[in-house]
Design a protein around this ligand. Structure first.
Ligand SMILES: NC(=O)c1ccc[n+]([C@@H]2O[C@H](COP(=O)([O-])OP(=O)(O)OC[C@H]3O[C@@H](n4cnc5c(N)ncnc54)[C@H](O)[C@@H]3O)[C@@H](O)[C@H]2O)c1
Length: 410
């Protein structure tokens, strides 16, 4: 019974994340030429909502009347994180807040944040398709850097290409334009999905053939190129890393093709069996969440401009069969099944178009990228963390059964 309940909780969370986002359909398209008169018309065609809603009041800055001391004191950068309720955002927000103080990191999304997240620092509603709303946040909160995490991931994007074009491209264009106008540093991750079927598959370098054939990959390659253009043309400090599949135990994945590598752990512990949607020999690059956050922070905070805007970063590569064998070292009874090759899942074609491993030597050279977790450590940690979650859920269920209304009535 418990197994059914907890696994269906997990499934419904995953389903929720894969639903199309209603807010996107309310967006209207017009030029904001009147708003920024100093810019040329060609750079101002961004899709924004007609009405900008008000964010909550920004922080009050006090220097106790001592203006010269305040002017001399170095201050931390003020960072806005978009899409901060996704798989990667909450961990990054936590890390940045520990470095710069809660009040200096403004988290944002278009969904309601959990109570504990709200309590840990400022959180605002920010639809990345709404330029004026974003600009107001940047101005009111005096933002210096933006980590732009809002996106539709590969599998979700493939199911709704029009929405993916809006969120992934228009949202990014809005952020990039704001970075130009307000001199922001902009970190916006790319993906292994920006490569394509004609890209060399093994040890894929930073600079190579890039002809993605998924809508996710096309939007992300567009963003890479546009970011590089703004850096060259307008001096925007645009930084990006091509993330591989990211594994995390605490936050559910947002609908990507590498999600199997997270789901498999939940099923291994909760049911002992997993129906994999990729074939057993599909090799993809992967990374543990804490490495992703560390690499992102090191890249974001690197003090001087780097030789290139976009870098590969990676930690390890494995197939579903290899991951299964590693899990079975801890859970010998775990079983897995794969799709009938005659009827592959739609995500197989996406995975087949991506590299099997990345050459990330430039990131290692330029900003000291180095992973802590290989596959073996990652598997052990994922299993330990998910087992702890299941044990905690069991405790809640048994204490409800003992102390709940029915027990009390009895
Ligand atoms: N997770 C991975 O394995 C992975 C791999 C490669 C690249 N990336 C990239 O990292 C970034 C973060 O990924 P993630 O896994 O956290 O994604 P996610 O899907 O878990 O989260 C994305 C967030 O964006 C928000 N969002 C959607 N539409 C929005 C809108 N119109 N305005 C504002 N926010 C909106 C969603 O509510 C969600 O919280 C993305 O750019 C993604 O492409 C992730």
């Amino acid at each position: 019974m418990l197994r059914t309940t907890t696994s269906s909780m997990w499934a419904s969370t995953s389903r929720l994340l894969r639903q199309p986002l209603a807010s996107a359909t309310t967006t209207t398209r017009f030029s904001r030429t009147a708003a920024i008169s100093s810019l040329s018309a060609s750079t101002r065609l961004f899709s924004i909502s007609a009405a900008a809603s008000s964010p909550p009041p920004p922080p009050q800055y006090s220097n106790n009347g001592n203006n010269s001391a305040a002017a001399a004191a170095p201050r931390h950068p003020r960072v806005l994180v978009t899409g901060s309720l996704g798989q990667l955002g909450s961990g990054l927000v936590k890390e940045l807040r520990s470095m710069y103080g809660n009040e200096n990191v403004v988290a944002s999304d278009i969904r309601k944040a959990p109570e504990e997240f709200m309590a840990s620092g400022p959180f605002v509603y920010a639809d990345v398709m709404n330029y004026s709303m974003l600009e107001r946040i940047v101005v009111d909160w005096r933002i210096d850097w933006v980590v732009h995490y809002s996106a539709l991931l590969s599998a979700v994007a493939e199911k709704n290409p029009a929405l993916a074009l809006s969120v992934n491209m228009t949202g990014f264009q809005n952020m990039l334009e704001l970075a130009k106008v307000h001199r922001l540093r902009l970190y916006s991750p790319s993906t292994i999905g920006a490569f394509g079927p004609s890209t060399p598959k093994n040890n894929t370098p930073d600079l190579t053939i890039m002809r993605p054939n998924t809508i996710y990959g096309i939007t992300k390659l567009h963003n890479e190129l546009l970011g590089e253009y703004y850096r060259e043309k307008f001096g925007v400090d645009f930084r990006s890393a091509r993330y591989p599949g990211i594994l995390s135990a605490d936050t559910p994945p947002g609908g990507g093709t590498t999600d199997y590598a997270v789901d498999i752990f939940h099923h291994a512990i909760r049911t002992g069996h997993y129906d994999c949607f990729l074939s057993k020999d599909t090799r993809l690059p992967m990374m543990y969440l804490s490495d992703c956050i560390k690499g992102t922070v090191d890249h974001l905070t690197y003090p001087t401009p780097l030789p290139q805007s976009v870098y590969n970063i990676a930690a390890c590569s494995f197939t579903p069969a290899e991951l299964t064998a590693e899990i079975q070292k801890h859970l010998p009874h775990f079983t897995i099944s794969y799709p009938d090759p005659a009827h592959p899942d739609f995500r197989q074609a996406i995975a087949d178009s991506w590299p099997a491993s990345l050459d990330d030597s430039m990131a290692r050279r330029d900003f000291g990228w180095k992973e802590e977790f290989g596959m073996e450590r990652m598997v052990k940690l994922m299993l330990d963390k998910i087992q702890a979650q299941v044990d905690a859920e069991k405790k809640v269920v048994s204490s409800t059964a003992t102390n709940g209304p029915a027990a009390m009535a009895a």
